[in-house]
Design a protein around this ligand. Structure first.
Ligand SMILES: [Zn+2]
Length: 248
């Protein structure tokens, strides 16, 4: 069967002599594995289609399992994402989240649009942390772990200070915080942003100004949520942590 998709390369690995196997996140077919024959040859017309983060149109034959590329056109090569260390680190994390943390049935057209917008935002120089946090929120929601930030998950209270309880799946008010010893206190501005992340589509991300202090808090909050619900050790995540530690 011939399949034509728009896709983004979320994984690329060598296969046999000169070939590559890529995993695409597509607009219509979820995640798809495709063999690109001769991709590693210098003169290959298809070489650039096999590079990580490439956004393109892919035409391939598939009966079951892996497809074989017959034709492709690059829409956006995103070479800057492969050339600048910090951009590579963040883009790799976004791609690995889709590759490893999302079930096949959760890799929807919406997530495709969110990943596309996420990579575009990185390439356009938008705030890396805000962008990746927003993307993490979309992944949590797609995987069925969208947290509740509107009211206390225990008693429904909507006023006063709130703390995040990853295991309770949302915020706890000051009366209920005792129920989770690991509850993470949120400032008003951090909570506001988390609520924004929850309802915002990445395609509408502008240039948000967020104070460093709030960003650090959001980082703690998102980490708790990701560890509690996704919990897969990702290589790209450890690399981001290392970059942080040594301020590369
Ligand atoms: Zn409460």
């Amino acid at each position: 069967m011939q399949v034509r998709v728009e896709g983004i390369v979320i994984r690329s690995m060598d296969y046999g002599e000169g070939n590559k196997i890529v995993t695409l996140l597509t607009n219509t077919h979820g995640k798809a594995g495709v063999i690109i024959r001769g991709a590693k040859k210098i003169k290959s017309r298809h070489g650039s289609l096999s590079q990580l983060f490439t956004h393109g149109e892919y035409l391939f034959f598939r009966n079951s399992g892996l497809g074989t590329l017959t034709h492709g056109e690059i829409i956006e090569s995103h070479h800057i994402l492969r050339e600048q260390l910090d951009l590579t680190a963040y883009s790799s994390y976004a791609a690995e989240l889709v590759d490893r943390a999302l079930q096949e049935e959760d890799a929807s057209a919406f997530i495709y649009e969110q990943l596309k917008a996420c990579l575009n935002a990185f390439a356009e120089g938008k705030d890396l942390l805000v962008t990746i946090q927003l993307f993490e929120m979309k992944i949590l929601q797609a995987a069925g772990y969208g947290p509740e930030f509107g009211e206390c998950v225990s008693c429904g209270n909507t006023v006063g200070a709130m703390a995040l309880s990853a295991h309770a799946g949302g915020v706890l008010c000051s009366r209920c915080t005792y129920k989770d010893a690991q509850a993470f206190p949120l400032s008003e501005s951090a909570l506001k942003l988390l609520r924004l992340y929850q309802r915002m589509d990445l395609r509408r991300l502008g240039n948000i100004q967020v104070k460093d202090e709030t960003k650090q808090q959001l980082k703690g909050a998102m980490r708790l949520l990701m560890d509690a619900h996704i919990g897969i050790p990702l290589k790209s995540r450890s690399f981001l942590d290392q970059m942080d530690r040594y301020s590369i």
